[in-house]
Design a protein. Structure first.
Length: 179
């Protein structure tokens, strides 16, 4: 990343690419064929069209802060809300998965966490995803929130989607600033 680049845009781009890898064959989460990864403002009625799985990256209320790590060294701490979505075509299967290999929401969450724990997003991050180290009360990511989302109410469609929201905290590589 160049010195004048916007770190938040760089993080979103790298995070999108890393999450898209979950649909590639050979990954632990290879059951996510057709995975859609999109960035925007999360609103249930404007979700993208997706077959079964989607990750919607949205900007939380406190997306960016700096930490001083040395006299002239700063580290950007960036947050992204990751909304993991699974269409509810079968209540039990869409949450817990099925014996025929269909991944449910809870497996999707586990696979996304495991994948991001080993990913530095092409060297952008000083530390990879670590939920236990990120208590929401101290500015970290915190745990997972779960809810159902009704999609497409205005168009007459009533598909329900299960959603798990987890906050990704990206501790970027530290950099020096001018005097």
């Amino acid at each position: 990343m160049s010195r004048n680049a916007n770190p938040y845009s760089a993080l979103l781009s790298a995070l999108t690419g890393a999450l898209e890898e979950l649909s590639a064959s050979g990954n632990p989460g290879c059951g996510y064929a057709g995975l859609v990864v999109q960035t925007g403002v999360f609103r249930p009625h404007t979700l993208p069209d997706f077959q079964k799985y989607c990750v919607f990256l949205s900007i939380p209320s406190r997306p960016w802060e700096e930490r001083r790590v040395a006299t002239r060294t700063i580290q950007d701490v960036l947050r992204v809300d990751m909304n993991l979505l699974v269409k509810n075509d079968s209540e039990a299967d869409s949450l817990l998965g099925s014996t025929d290999g269909q991944m449910g929401l809870f497996q999707f969450v586990k696979d996304a966490k495991d994948h991001l724990r080993t990913h530095t997003l092409n060297g952008l991050l000083d530390k990879t995803y670590d939920e236990p180290g990120g208590d929401a009360g101290t500015g970290g990511g915190g745990g997972i929130d779960f809810e159902n989302v009704q999609q497409g109410l205005e168009s007459g469609g009533h598909d329900f989607v299960h959603r798990a929201r987890m906050t990704f905290v990206g501790r970027m590589q530290p950099y020096c600033h001018g005097k």
